[in-house]
Each structure stands twice: as C-alpha cells, then as structure tokens.
Design a binder for this molecule. Structure first.
Ligand code: HOZ
Length: 429
C-alpha cells in the first residue's frame, strides 16, 4: 500500500500538534511507522488519504456499532445543524435521549450529559465523594477511565502503551487517594477495603476491561464487588464507556445481571459525536448541582448536534434489538476463524472476547489482568502483526493493549478477508 499523502500530512501535523496527533495512541509510536490519515469512512470501511480502503476494527474506539456514516445518524445531525449548533440552554432533545437511556439501562433514574468519557468518570468520582463524604477510590491496574488526574495511576491503554502508567503532572496528593487493585482478584480488593476502613468513596471498574486488550470479568468477580460495596457503603461505579449500549441495550449491568450505583457512558451514547454521560438512582443524582451541592457543568454538555446523533443511534439500537445478537455472532465467527488459522500456523496466542469486543494476545497463558496482559503483549510480534494486517487492508488498533470493536456493518465476506489476512500474516511468525 502507498502512504505518501499520509506521510506528508503527518510531517505537517508534527509542526503544529504535539507528536502530530490529538490523542497519543494514534501516532503509531507503539507499533512503529507513521499513522494513516483517514479522509472519509462509510459502513465497515475507512478510506485513507492515499485512496486505500481498509476494513475497520476500531470504529472510533467503539461507538460506531452500526458502522460509519450511518444514514439515520447523519440525517439527524444534518437536520439539527440547520437549526443552530449550540445554545447553552435547555433543549427538548436532551430530555428525549435521557428518557430513552433511563428506559434502556437498568437501575438508573437520572442521567447527566457531558462531553467525553473522561469527563463522565471524573464527574462520577466527584459525585461519589460528595455523596459518601469519603475521599479515597479504588481503581484496577490496567483499567483506563480517561485522563483525569485520579485515574492516571497504572492506567491501561495509551498510558501503558507509552510506558508512562503514572503520568508526571499528577500530584502526590491526588495519587495517594487512588488505591490500586488487581483486576479479577476479589481478595486483593477486600484487603484494600479493610486497610482503608471507612475511607473509600467508590470502586470504579471497567466491568469488561477494554484497555489492556479485552478482559472479561471472572465468574463471580462483579458480584463479589457488589457484595463488598453493599457491606461497606462504598459506591460501585461501572465505567461503561466502551460497553454501554454495545454489549447489551443495558450494558454489562444487564448482561452480567450486576447493578452498579453510578454508571459512566461515552462515545456510543453520542453516536460517534463527543458525548459522555453518568447516571444513577435519584438519591445519588440529586446530589448534583443545581439540586445538590456537588458542582459539575459544561457549555457544550447536551449539545444539540451530539444529542441528535446519540438519540438516532440509541433509537435504532432500542428498536432493533437483533443487532446485538447479529454483531455478537459476527464476532464469534471472527474468533473461531482466527483461532483456526493461528492454531494451524503454530502461533502462541490467546483470544479474549466478550460480545462484540475481542483482542488477540501473542502468548499462551490466559490474559486475566494487567500483569498477564503485559506478559503476553509480545510487542515485536504484535507490531509485525499490526503492519501485516494493515498491508492487507485491515485496520486494527495500533497497540497491543487496545481492544478491537466490531460494527454490524461488517459483512461475512469482510470477516473472511480478515481471517485470510491473519492466516497470511502469521504464516511465517
Ligand atoms: N487509548 C484510547 C482508546 N482506548 C485512544 C483513543 C483515541 O486515540 O482516539
């Protein structure tokens, strides 16, 4: 493939944007080479600036469940834009999308819109602290909840990709209030809770982790966290930025049958536009300003264009629930196909999957937490795999610590092409 135009654009970008990108993983530093600049996208495909067509397994890091430039979403945004782009006042559509979210997601009475998953998680933790009057939080190594200070302690994803799991700029004071637990290890959580008796506001978790590859929760793990929280008055916060409205209409809460106290959303709820949200039962949400004392605000929160995209997306997911089954079947097909060719090619691998999220790890051992994800990351092999796939027209995330997200726009022919590419690329591994 030719990437001449992408290369020129990257050179220009680096002069005026740090590293040439507005989010680090996009720079391809983890996999080497230069990023591909995308010109447009439609359905299951990205079209780059050099005219290459790529089958997309990132889908804007999760939200584009129905594929790129999905017509009902586009039409809704275009119609809305004709009426103005931002007012900083209440609008009817904010209530309509909130009503739909409250209907689809178990266990929430109210929802507050923000602009990103980072903002949602940051605000959820402030609310948890305000509500409980406690300061410490427990997060899990390898879980990424956006880039606000409290969370940049052993964050997965981009942070670990660049070898800076604890970012400079985060003060000691902030770091000391973030307690770090091991994913899928209930005993470890219990020890932390006991050692910090009565000081913990919340446990925040990606209930299916997606930022150290895809790591599903072990049986009983989420239930165990719920029990700990019930016994201690700690709030359980599910970061469903990647999983909400993707793994089931009601996200992991519905899929696993475990209720959280506060749920964070992002990406999907905006249909691919910049939206995040957090939601809970009345008692908790009424702690927020202007009703309660916990402050949180934003001019672009509930922006009409973003709400129009989100409402169109959620409406379609709500009305056509067969989409969830369809996309999961496609992911299972891909899983089985990759499993077969990787086995035939004698590659050491582990594939993790939950619903329409999947990741390939180049090691034999099970990947169940951050340590095992790091051990099996095999960066040399992953980089070879990544570039081989790209050369064959398949765009996966440029980091061994990210998850692949499927869209329902993918055809079985696309999946077969992907499996054939995996076969070709790993033949000489
Ligand atoms: N590490 C982020 C997703 N888990 C990357 C987001 C982006 O670059 O857009």
């Amino acid at each position: 493939m030719i990437y001449k135009r992408s290369s020129e654009l990257f050179a220009e970008a680096q002069k005026v944007i740090p590293g040439g990108v507005n989010s680090p993983v996009r720079a391809f530093k983890a996999v080497g080479g230069e990023p591909v600049f995308i010109e447009r996208a439609e359905g299951a495909y990205l079209y780059d600036e050099d005219g290459n067509k790529l089958i997309d397994y990132i889908n804007s890091w999760g939200p584009l469940i129905l594929g790129h430039a999905h017509k009902p979403v586009l039409d809704a945004v275009i119609e809305k834009a004709k009426k103005g782009t931002s007012f900083g006042t209440p609008t009817e559509i904010e209530t309509r999308i909130a009503e739909l979210a409250v209907k689809m997601v178990p266990n929430i009475d109210k929802i507050r819109m923000v602009n990103s998953g980072t903002e949602a998680c940051m605000s959820a933790v402030r609310l948890a602290r305000g509500f409980t009057g406690k300061e410490k939080i427990i997060k899990f190594a390898g879980c990424y909840h956006g880039h606000s200070d409290s969370f940049l302690i052993q964050a997965g994803s981009g942070a670990v990709t660049f070898g800076t799991p604890n970012s400079p700029g985060v003060t000691q004071g902030t770091a000391k209030d973030t307690l770090l637990a091991k994913y899928n290890d209930l005993e470890n959580v219990k020890e932390l809770v006991e050692a910090n008796n009565d000081e913990i506001a919340c446990i925040i978790i990606e209930p299916v982790a997606g930022n150290m590859g895809c790591i599903p929760p072990a049986e009983g793990f989420l239930e165990g966290l719920r029990e700990i929280c019930d016994e201690t008055g700690i709030l359980l916060v599910f970061d469903e930025v990647m999983t909400g409205f993707r793994l089931a209409p009601g996200g992991v809460q519905e899929r696993a049958g475990v209720k959280a106290d506060i749920i964070c959303f992002g990406k999907v709820i905006g249909g691919g536009l910049p939206v995040g949200a957090f939601a809970a039962r009345n008692e908790i949400m009424d702690y927020l300003a202007p009703v309660g004392p916990v402050y949180q605000a934003g001019t672009l929160s509930g922006n009409p264009l973003a709400m129009a995209a989100g409402l169109a997306m959620l409406t379609e997911l709500d009305n056509k629930r067969e989409i969830f089954e369809s996309i999961e079947k496609k992911t299972e097909y891909l899983h089985k196909g990759m499993d077969k060719v990787l086995t035939q090619n004698n590659v050491d691998f582990t594939i993790n999957r939950e619903g329409s999220m999947i990741s390939v790890h180049f090691g034999k051992e099970p990947v169940t937490d951050f340590d095992s994800a790091a051990k099996s990351a095999n960066l040399g092999l992953f980089n070879k795999f990544f570039h081989g796939m790209l050369e064959n027209g398949i765009y996966i995330a440029p980091s061994a610590f990210e998850t692949w997200f499927l869209s329902d726009a993918l055809s079985y022919e696309d999946l077969d092409k992907t499996i054939a590419a995996v076969d070709k690329v790993t033949k000489d591994f």
